[in-house]
Design a protein around this ligand. Structure first.
Ligand code: KIV
Length: 271
């Protein structure tokens, strides 16, 4: 990864040290140049080019339709915007589940065509061969356990995962396997806080939570949710920091009023 002299890039090593020092890791999704630049300048540690782009950028109901080409478009835009953050790109549904060769091929396209620093994929034991193959090529991998939205039709619901003993045991085993395979971090999505605490404390790699409670080593949110662009999604775990939907609506309404009333543009706003 290219290291700019003035800005010290966050690396997987930085994250490892942060966990050792008990410093929490901040992560947000980003899908375009402009927001990536704002979040990066604000000091975010990790930018995730999430396949949630399928929902919040493209308006699909699930993350399944987004393609590798579309992820590459978003990721390349984010890379151009970020100078400091570590950039993680989701391998989209269908780009890695088939076999580990395909997973590596998809990863290589992401790395070559976007300039991102790492990839994320969903699942544990089922995708372990792919995880190992990608890591052996030199690309850092972030795991993702708990609620894995690419498997929504298997779960049938977006409810909290791993409340049952057997699923919690499988999650703990998967987390260990991902760590042993060499993942640099794992996202834990929508699982009981007590389980996330146990997993985070048992691993030496950082666990980044979303709806997984305060004991994770870091937190991630989808930017549209935390900025209040997306107003319909209000799960208990979400803290909304802004009501951008309302702010933008007012701005657009004022603009419409000014255009209709001939107030805009005025004499100073023309050539
Ligand atoms: O795609 C995404 O935004 C994610 C986060 C919810 C972790 O995977």
């Amino acid at each position: 990864m290219s290291l700019n002299k003035e800005v010290k890039r966050v690396t997987t090593n930085t994250l490892h040290k942060m966990k050792l020092n008990g410093e929490k890791i901040s992560m947000l999704t980003a899908y375009d140049f402009s927001f990536a630049r704002i979040f990066d300048d604000a000091g975010i540690d990790i930018l995730l080019v999430g396949d949630s782009a399928s929902n919040v950028m493209a308006g699909h109901e699930t993350t399944l339709p987004i393609t590798l080409d579309q992820m590459i478009y978003h990721a390349a835009s984010v890379v151009r915007g970020a100078r400091r953050s570590l950039i993680v790109v989701d391998l989209p549904f269908g780009s890695y589940q088939g076999n580990s060769k395909e997973a590596l091929h998809s990863t290589i396209r992401i790395m070559k065509e976007t300039g991102a620093h790492s990839v994320k994929l969903e699942g544990g034991e089922e995708v372990l061969e792919s995880v190992k193959r990608i890591i052996s090529s030199g690309v850092p991998v972030m795991g993702h356990l708990g609620l894995t939205p690419q498997s929504i039709y298997k779960f049938g619901t977006y409810a909290v995962r791993a409340k049952e003993e057997s699923e919690a045991e499988k999650l703990k085993r998967d987390a260990r396997l991902l760590e042993e395979a060499g993942c640099f971090a794992i996202v834990l999505e929508k699982i009981p806080a007590i389980l996330a605490k146990e997993v985070s404390e048992s691993l030496s790699i950082p666990c980044i939570g979303i709806g997984a409670g305060k004991h994770c080593d870091g937190q991630v949110l989808v930017m549209h949710d935390m900025l209040g662009i997306n107003t319909e999604f209000k799960p208990r775990f979400l803290r909304q920091y802004l009501n951008l939907h309302e702010i933008i609506t007012h701005a657009v309404q004022n603009y419409i009023t000014d255009v209709k009333s001939r107030d805009f543009p005025n004499d100073l706003e023309q050539y």
